[in-house]
Design a binder for this molecule. Structure first.
Ligand code: BG6
Length: 501
């Protein structure tokens, strides 16, 4: 289904920041090249400093040159660059938003449907919306007005509620687009479609056949130069709170009644609200945290690289001690008939032996067991770096004896000439098309904080030394405490044998 796009102006706050340089401008360029932008669509970049238009356009050219090293179509470039305008909004100017309104009022240049992309510090979200509202720029009497809020939406339940209260003084829920870039990933969208457009999965997708589910995001990267942000955030809030819980919602939600944004989000809300928050008294058995110590990780070209531990990186930046987790894992249960009793193990970690994001479903024991160690079936939906679906099944070893071995059926989801689309391209397009299905409803965000807050609070007040794992290693064995059964543990790889330890 091709999306219908109205003419609109995208007003980009934080346009000279990293996200804009690396993802947004190149993403908008690619949408233009693919013929997905309305002919009249304009981009108004808003920054703090005065920058002449020609200098700003030269800066954008630099962003494109850096991204598309193999070059790009000159005609598309000229069309794209002509869409771009700049507006200086110095924080010290009390008249700044009046000037923005006056600039946007020129209908010959700027279509009056306005999408604001707030790629700014989270503490500025509410202030910007208030100021836009103050000059009438979110009023929808004649045109639509939408506001995209980058992550994080709050840092806990009370702050998310406070931000929501500040935004809804001026905006309706339908005007707010809360981002989680995982929802823009084609492989994450594919989870729902794989489940519901195939007859073979749905009958098995429940507690009668599924033993447990693992949802994993592992990275080989460390925290890099983001120590200040990361140390105040931790793996649980950085990755688990939204990216992983959203992935879990895709795996476990009921079928939406149709593909309308509200129907999809209603099912995700129901699911997220039926995940049981971890009781403080069970925390040690259901949640586990750790920090990476110095070690050796595999870099892109397959070579090893020695890397410092998290605490050493903090020390370099003047912080002496920290209990912030770079590895976070939890066991969650969903209180509904489909999933009663099925553990969902969710983990995310930096500086692991490999970078991979996957959903791995282990099925229960088969009706015929040839021996006690017979391998249980796995279905793996791999999100990145490879997009594929794998099934591990038992199959007879050809020969005179009755014995089986495990074989892996590996189906790449991506074919050679498929488009490769960055999640921000999808999300930008949907913002302009008014499709909020891949954005978060406030009730999803609040449900996610309700699940994460008790863990964050317990860990914050726990002064025991945090477990250390060596950078580049597999999961710490100590994380076994969260597993229900002796025969369950993390898969360390999606390859055959990746569940053997
Ligand atoms: C971001 C986190 O939201 O997601 C980062 O802040 C993390 O710490 C990143 O590295 C992972 O995203 P992706 O798309 O590379 O899996």
């Amino acid at each position: 289904m091709t999306k219908m796009i109205d003419p609109s102006t995208l007003v980009l706050f934080g346009a000279s920041g990293n996200l804009s340089r690396v993802k947004l401008m190149p993403g908008l360029f690619r949408l233009d090249a693919a013929g997905r932008l309305h002919d009249d669509m304009k981009i108004l970049s808003v920054g703090r400093g005065e920058v002449p238009l020609e200098a700003w356009r030269a800066d954008i050219k630099g962003m494109l040159d850096a991204k598309f090293k193999g070059g790009y179509d000159q005609k598309v470039y000229e069309r794209f660059i002509a869409r771009n305008h700049y507006h200086a909004n110095p924080p010290s100017d009390p008249d700044a938003f009046n000037k923005l309104r006056d600039k946007l009022a020129d209908e010959r240049v700027f279509p009056q449907n306005l999408a604001y992309f707030l790629s700014v510090r989270p503490t500025d979200f509410a202030t910007i919306v208030e100021q836009l509202a103050g000059v009438g720029l979110v009023d929808e009497t004649n045109y639509w007005r939408r506001v995209l809020i980058e992550k994080p939406f709050g840092t806990d339940l009370p702050s998310a509620q406070a931000l929501q209260a500040a935004l809804t003084k001026h905006l309706k829920e339908s005007q707010i687009y809360r981002i989680d870039h995982y929802l823009g990933k084609s492989a994450v969208q594919n989870v729902m479609l794989t489940r519901f457009t195939n007859a073979i999965l749905e009958p098995l997708w429940n507690n009668e056949y599924i033993d447990h589910v693992q949802i994993t995001n592992n990275e080989t990267l460390g925290v890099g130069d983001r120590t200040t942000f990361y140390d105040a955030t931790g793996a649980l809030r950085d990755m688990f709170q939204s990216h992983l819980l959203q992935t879990l919602a895709m795996v476990a939600m009921e079928k939406p009644k149709d593909l309308q944004p509200e129907s999809i989000r209603a099912e995700k809300i129901k699911l997220l609200e039926s995940i049981r928050p971890i009781d403080v008294s069970n925390m040690d058995k259901q949640a586990f945290r750790a920090q990476y110590a110095a070690g050796r990780v595999c870099v892109g070209d397959g070579h090893g690289e020695n890397v410092p531990g998290y605490l050493e990186e903090l020390k370099r930046d003047g912080v002496d001690a920290s209990n912030t987790e770079t590895y976070a894992a939890a066991k969650l249960f969903i209180d509904n008939p489909r999933w009663k009793g099925v553990p969902f193990y969710v983990r995310t970690a930096k500086r692991m032996h490999e970078g991979n994001t996957a959903i791995a479903v282990r099925f229960k024991k088969a009706p015929m067991l040839l021996n006690d160690n017979q391998h249980q079936n796995w279905l793996i939906i791999n999100i990145q770096p490879r997009e594929c679906i794998k099934i591990e099944i038992e199959s007879k070893i050809p020969g005179l004896d009755i014995a089986t071995r495990t074989i892996s059926v590996d189906a790449p989801q991506r074919q050679a000439d498929d488009e490769s689309i960055d999640s921000y391209e999808t999300l930008l397009l949907n913002l302009m098309a008014g499709d909020a299905s891949q954005y978060l409803h406030i009730n999803e965000v609040l449900a996610q904080w309700r699940l994460v807050d008790p863990i964050v609070k317990t860990w914050a007040s726990d002064t025991r030394a945090v477990h250390q794992y060596i950078a580049g290693s597999r999961d710490p064995l100590e994380s076994k405490v969260i597993f229900e059964n002796e025969d369950q543990f993390w898969r360390y790889s999606i390859e055959l044998g990746g569940d053997k330890h």
